[in-house]
Design a protein around this ligand. Structure first.
Ligand SMILES: Cc1cc2nc3c(=O)[nH]c(=O)nc-3n(C[C@H](O)[C@H](O)[C@H](O)COP(=O)(O)OP(=O)(O)OC[C@H]3O[C@@H](n4cnc5c(N)ncnc54)[C@H](O)[C@@H]3O)c2cc1C
Length: 307
């Protein structure tokens, strides 16, 4: 029987583990498919407070993990495949393992949708990004591209134009899903140039460890062209990792968990933190902050409901 089980070992889960560990709750953390979460796949993080020179994502996450272990957190590999939240203790299943826990913190994060190209995956953190707020600053004075046709693509393109000398907006259709106002704002921005209707066939140059060009194919004429860019921002949405909670916890229309009064979900004793319940800020520091909140909420809950 565990006091607190934490699903996910990204910034939110690890911060929750540090706080729950220091509250003597001996938390159990289940790593999932991506130990360390999204920061484990990036390079330099320049906006996490406390590191004036920046810190590599994998180093930052490894430090958090060691800090959690120091205070008694235990880690298990495996992905949660089912949850029974009907009554306490909650039953949490990871394949053949079933864990029982008095309180649950869900910090399962969200996964950025990618185009599915091998080069794109290999160049993440080396010129390919899914986060303009995180990485825009690295592209000062450079020509870059944003892929996508929704509101977030327009927002990212506008934001990136503060740094880049030019931002190409690449979209597979001539029509956009983005709202009129976002589209108008993007079209009025002189640094933005729209290229449609094209799909991205490839991003080069993996062998040089950085982005040099995009290979684009016009979906109407089939004409293939090469676009020199230094960075590519993929802005085609995120998918929260909440499938196992469907029908058990409240979610918004995109599957993000809904929390209230801090990190509480509709089930007493079940808390959510980080990107799994945040489609807006999506930052390491906000995920860490909400992980702290979830651990404090869980601690107070256990104090009142020892069960
Ligand atoms: C390439 C890249 C660069 C970034 N750069 C920055 C940056 O510079 N600065 C910044 O502030 N933010 C950055 N971000 C965003 C930041 O990484 C996220 O906001 C943050 O990681 C969210 O933390 P989280 O703990 O909520 O979720 P995640 O980091 O997504 O972690 C989720 C965890 O849940 C686990 N999990 C998922 N499903 C299950 C399951 N079924 N069972 C068990 N475990 C599960 C995963 O294995 C993972 O361990 C970047 C993101 C990316 C992708």
């Amino acid at each position: 029987m565990n006091n607190v089980l934490i699903i996910g070992s990204g910034c939110a889960g690890l911060t929750a583990a540090i706080y729950a560990g220091r509250a003597n709750l001996k938390p159990l953390v289940i790593d999932g498919h991506e130990p360390g979460g999204q920061l484990a796949i990036t390079t330099m993080v320049e906006n996490f407070p406390g590191f004036p020179e920046g810190i590599l994502g994998p180093d930052l996450i490894e430090n958090m993990r060691k800090q959690a272990q120091k205070f008694g957190a235990e880690f298990k590999s495996g992905s949660i495949t089912d949850v029974d939240l009907g009554k306490r203790p909650f039953k949490i299943t990871a394949g053949n393992e079933v864990y029982e826990t008095r309180a649950l913190i869900i910090a399962a994060g969200a996964t950025a949708r990618l185009l599915g190209l091998e080069s794109e995956r290999k160049l993440i953190g080396y010129g390919v990004s899914t986060c303009a707020t995180c990485d825009g600053y690295f592209f000062r004075g450079k020509e870059i591209a944003v892929v996508g046709g929704g509101d977030s693509a327009m927002e990212e393109a506008n934001f990136l134009s503060r740094f880049a000398s030019k931002v190409y907006v690449i979209h597979r259709r001539n029509e956009f899903r983005a709202s009129r106002i976002m589209l108008d704002r993007a079209r009025a921005n002189e640094k933005l140039q729209f290229i449609t209707p094209v799909v991205v066939e490839d991003i080069t140059d993996v062998s040089k460890g950085g982005v040099e060009t995009m290979i684009l194919r016009n979906t109407q004429s089939n004409e293939v062209s090469t676009l020199p860019v230094s960075g590519v921002f993929i802005a085609i949405g995120h998918v929260p990792n909440t499938r196992v909670f469907r029908g058990k916890l409240d979610m918004d229309e995109n599957g993000y968990l809904i929390t209230h009064h801090g990190s509480r979900t509709k089930v007493p004793g079940v808390f959510a933190a980080g990107d799994v319940q945040d489609h807006f800020y999506k930052q390491a520091v906000t995920a860490a902050g909400s992980g702290c909140m979830a651990a404090i909420d869980a601690e107070k809950f256990l104090e009142a409901n020892p069960g």
